[in-house]
Design a protein around this ligand. Structure first.
Ligand code: HEM
Length: 240
């Protein structure tokens, strides 16, 4: 009976498919992050504009062609599918890589850089641990922003007030800063890697690649853009 992984060719091509899925799902989430970061800047227009953007504009997108919140729910489903595909592909590729490098059932090979036999690069470390921090951050963030479940500093029907109440606390800002740095490092390597997978990197070395600069710029832009709101509240008393 034929099995799915009966030939090395099938195994190889499905690894390519996984890398493509990771790249495309990552780029979809990146697109959302850019829009979300831009939307957050409405905070600086004051409570009324911020809340009416979140409770009105965002929920009424494409009405009457779609019901209220229809577009938002489509976006949520797309994001959730992208996240599941991304995490599934990451774990599967990581496990294959471990088997291939002899980490399962054998001694891993040694190099001068890694005498303990662990093939650990900056990127693999950041992506794995950064990815886990990011997942925890997203779960905490959704519980705080969507249903008022987690309400550090005090809950409110106004999301503007919820944001201000939370960011007046130094430890909330610290947790967000850690989460946002994880976003930045993840994007820095992830964006480069995604475009390389999609054939957009034609340089001989990583250093020569203009993608390296673009990826770093994008990571800094998104991290700094998101940090403006918590820092403005904690350090400059915005919103109070
Ligand atoms: C300081 C940074 C951030 C602030 C102030 C912020 C603020 C908010 C607010 C107010 C909402 C509620 C939106 C709504 O009413 O629908 C929200 C939702 C959300 N945020 Fe953030 N956010 C930040 C960073 C992030 C980051 C870095 C991510 C992802 C890594 C993220 C992912 C999400 C997601 C997935 C939703 C749910 C969207 C929805 O279903 O409506 N946010 N955020």
């Amino acid at each position: 009976m034929a099995t799915l992984q009966s030939s090395p060719r099938t195994a190889r091509s499905s690894t390519v498919a996984l890398k493509y899925s990771m790249a495309v799902s990552g780029l979809i989430m990146l697109g959302y992050l850019l829009v979300h970061m831009y939307g957050n800047l409405k905070f600086f227009q004051g409570q009324e504009k911020f809340d009416s953007y979140l409770d009105g504009t965002l929920r009424e997108m494409f009405t009457p062609y779609l019901p209220e919140e229809g577009a938002l729910w489509i976006l949520r489903v797309v994001l959730l599918v992208a996240l599941v595909v991304h995490v599934y592909a990451a774990i599967t590729l990581w496990r294959r890589n471990k088997v291939a490098s002899g980490a399962v059932g054998m001694t891993r090979y040694h190099t001068k850089q890694n005498p303990r036999g662990n093939q650990r690069s900056y990127a693999s470390f950041t992506m794995r641990w950064g990815g886990i921090i990011l997942l925890l951050f997203i779960i905490g963030h959704l519980a705080q922003m969507l249903p008022n479940w987690l309400a550090p500093g005090g809950g409110s029907d106004s999301k503007y007030e919820r944001v201000v109440n939370g960011f007046e606390l130094w430890w909330v800002v610290l947790l967000y800063t850690i989460g946002l740095l994880a976003v930045g490092f993840h994007l820095w390597h992830g964006f480069w890697s995604a475009l390389t997978t999609l054939g957009q990197n034609r340089s001989a070395t990583r250093q020569q690649s203009s993608l390296t600069l673009i990826a770093a710029g994008l990571a800094v832009l998104i991290t700094a853009g998101f940090l403006t709101v918590p820092f403005a509240v904690l350090f400059f008393g915005a919103g109070s």
